[in-house]
Write a protein that binds this ligand. Structure first.
Ligand code: SF4
Length: 445
């Protein structure tokens, strides 16, 4: 009888891509996906430790699964991802009906652990290092025209608010030949857009040594190599660190026609004092000068950012410095977050009396959002009347087609919502979070 699995993913793109690999492993065993927990024999919760209240949410989900498992003793419950790596034995102590706890480095062992759980009882593998680079595993992708391609895992930085180095370990880059082989294979299967993934993507290759060569493959070199893969029309990457947008990376972006004119340039704070407390390696003036250099080299570039509001000790003056940098940088888009402590991070140690009161954080957050919406609208208005290339993602709001520009802006337009199709769209209206357009003619598939 065909076995069914239910897979729930929480968190970031790295986790989504891990879930594609979990789905790939289960599918390779002949299992099929289901959305109904009652019908599933394998339930996998792929957790994220970055999001607020991640553990409460996990135990909430596990609580719902408990009676289902009592009714269906064949069901196996797997907890994977960053929270599994971080909390380890705690999960099975709090939820003894969990069959497998599998950390971020142990994915290749998933099927074996499930088998052993069936024969011997609960299993856990939270090894500290990756022996097989995760992308070597099969992946089951939901979208035919786009693929995530993991090029590195882990991070060597120590931003004080971030849990990633603890749960994903130091940076481990994938050999350039393996990345290229995967991208070539994807192109042969009809993928036209790839997003290169790494926790600190633009330090790719710094941990690799090539025999008989003093050189290390660097991110710029990888961008150029992927740019040469026939069939691929768009290249994106995430998530970079501003510090590592070195001149060679900017040159490679500017000189590689398939690399999209979009960068994510995480600011986090505009206050030098807060940046120091966050252990970010740049200060606001340096950040703005890097941005100017990027815009000089890639004039059409769209820039998005991350900003954390209410980091412990943030004063009104610090926050105003953030508003000033945001106003000067004129980001196309900003992902704004209210600081909340994450167990395991350095900032978690800050005593509660140094935390910014919740209502103050909320009030600052609202001011930042108002400013950014105004800026985003202004940036989007600059595109009205222009014709842009849109890669169709499918059906969006009100039955209209939805796609993205090379600058990663969402566009709604009347036309066929055929995913993977390129369409020329004239922008007729701008909104803070999307553009509205009228399709011209197909730009080829
Ligand atoms: S560079 Fe990014 S992934 Fe690395 S510690 Fe800082 S925020 Fe986390």
């Amino acid at each position: 009888m065909t076995r069914r699995y239910l897979l729930r993913t929480f968190g970031c793109q790295m986790n989504e891509h891990d879930s594609e690999r979990i789905a790939g492993l289960l599918s390779a065993e002949g299992m099929v996906p289901t959305e109904e927990a009652e019908r599933a024999e394998i339930v996998v919760l792929n957790t994220c430790a970055v999001r607020e209240n991640a553990d409460n949410r996990l135990y909430g989900h596990l609580g719902h699964l408990r009676p289902l498992k009592e009714r269906n003793p064949r069901m196996r419950v797997v907890v994977a991802g960053c929270l599994a790596q971080k909390d380890r034995g705690l999960i099975q102590r709090r939820a003894p009906w969990v069959d497998v706890v599998i950390g971020t480095h142990a994915l290749p062992a998933l099927l074996d652990l499930i088998r052993r759980a069936e024969e011997e009882g609960p299993q856990m593998d939270v090894r500290e290092f990756t022996e097989v680079f995760p992308s070597a595993l099969p992946a089951r992708r939901e979208v035919a025209h786009h693929a995530w391609v993991s090029i590195a895992v882990g991070c060597d930085n120590r931003c004080t608010f971030c849990i990633v180095p603890l749960v994903r370990g130091p940076q481990l880059s994938r050999p350039i030949g393996d990345v290229l082989a995967e991208v070539q294979g994807l192109a042969r299967r009809g993928v036209v857009e790839v997003t290169l993934l790494g926790q600190n993507v633009n330090t790719y290759g710094r941990d690799i040594t090539i025999p008989d060569s003093p050189r290390k493959p660097l991110f710029a070199e990888l961008l150029r190599a992927v740019n040469g893969v026939e069939g691929i029309r768009r290249i994106r990457f995430t998530s970079p660190h501003p510090h590592d947008f070195t001149p060679d990376v900017i040159d490679a972006m500017a000189g590689s026609e398939k690399v999209c004119e979009h960068i994510h340039f995480p600011l986090q704070s505009g206050s030098d004092r807060v940046l120091r407390a966050m252990n970010r390696s740049y200060r606001s003036a340096r950040y703005l000068s890097w941005l100017e250099r990027i815009r000089g080299a890639i004039p059409e570039v769209a820039v998005s950012t991350d900003v954390i509001v209410g980091f412990p000790g943030e004063t009104e003056e610090d926050f105003r410095a953030t508003l000033d940098v945001v106003a000067e940088a004129r980001f196309d888009q900003a992902y704004t977050f209210q600081y909340s402590p994450r167990p395991g991070t350095a900032a978690f140690q800050v005593p509660p009396e140094e935390h910014v009161p919740k209502q103050v954080v909320q009030e600052r957050f609202d001011r930042l959002l108002t400013l950014q919406e105004e800026i985003s609208l202004g940036r989007n208005r600059e595109l009205v009347g222009r014709t842009v290339e849109v890669l169709v993602e499918g059906e969006g709001r009100k039955g209209r087609a939805q796609g993205r520009t090379r600058g990663n802006k969402v566009v709604h337009f009347d036309g066929e919502p055929a995913p993977g199709r390129f369409v020329e769209v004239e922008v007729v209206a701008a909104h803070p979070h999307h553009l509205s357009g009228a399709a011209h003619q197909p730009a080829g598939v």
